[in-house]
Design a protein around this ligand. Structure first.
Ligand SMILES: Cc1cc2nc3c(=O)[nH]c(=O)nc-3n(C[C@H](O)[C@H](O)[C@H](O)COP(=O)(O)OP(=O)(O)OC[C@H]3O[C@@H](n4cnc5c(N)ncnc54)[C@H](O)[C@@H]3O)c2cc1C
Length: 209
């Protein structure tokens, strides 16, 4: 069986390593941190099928340029003179259109749904107690603009067969009485159907397996 080296112990590297080992491959995983850095740690181990919009989508170029120079942002790219970076940026720019974003929706939904079912399986395996939960996620919107965006997303999610709904303030209070929306907040929420993990241990069980 081949010996495979994987660089990066985020959810992608760890899962690839895990399933390769299951196929009897020998895997060496090289990770520079203590599995407490990177995107997978930052996103709290969540899989959110109702958020099926690809990064390359309309409006992202303007937002992305602002994010690109902030090392804490979800889209930080170290600025450098590089043909590969320029070429990637050009392709990203060309892909960030409504037609491609709409076409990507069903594929991204399918990946999320499949990933969720794999999480469910992993949660049953010995040594994988990683606080797996499927309780849904609340998106609290502070501005009407964000609310309209989330509501439109929920509508498209429903069209793709994913549960997501907009709640009134009363429905929100009934579901989560401890939430006290700020005065003046449009107070409406979208509930989606994600699964969530406990972030500090989301990747650790995979790393030790
Ligand atoms: C707040 C937030 C919310 C998100 N929400 C969603 C969502 O709803 N749906 C969704 O699909 N995605 C979401 N994402 C994105 C998702 O988390 C990432 O796409 C995913 O975690 C990427 O995993 P990864 O393993 O490729 O990268 P990472 O998790 O970043 O892992 C890369 C690893 O490689 C290591 N590394 C890097 N360079 C080297 C090197 N030279 N040598 C050794 N190790 C190295 C890093 O330390 C890191 O541990 C979100 C991300 C964030 C931050």
């Amino acid at each position: 069986m081949p010996h495979i080296t994987i660089i990066g112990g985020g959810v992608i590297g760890l899962c690839a390593a895990y399933y390769l080992v299951k196929e009897n491959c020998t895997v060496t995983l090289i990770e520079r941190s203590r599995f407490d850095d990177g995107c997978s740690f930052g996103n709290a181990g969540m899989i959110v099928p109702s958020h099926f919009i690809p990064l390359a989508s309309p409006g992202m170029i303007e937002q992305g340029i602002r994010w690109m120079f902030n090392s804490e942002s979800p889209f930080f790219v170290k600025p450098r003179l590089s043909w590969a970076l320029f070429s990637w940026g050009w392709q990203f720019y060309r892909a960030a259109n409504q037609k491609q974003a709409t076409a990507a929706g069903p594929a991204l939904r399918d990946i999320s749904v499949l990933s969720k079912s794999l999480y469910r399986e992993l949660a049953q395996e010995p040594g994988f107690q990683f606080s797996f939960e499927e309780k849904g996620l609340m998106m609290l919107c502070k501005t009407m603009h964000t609310l309209e965006e989330e509501a439109a997303l929920a509508e498209r999610a429903n069209a793709l067969g994913i549960e997501a709904r907009v709640l009134t303030k009363e429905a929100l209070n009934a579901l989560e009485p401890e939430i006290k929306p700020e005065v003046g907040t449009p107070f409406v929420t979208v509930v989606a159907s994600p699964s969530a993990l406990n972030p500090p241990i989301a990747t650790e069980p995979c790393a030790t397996a």
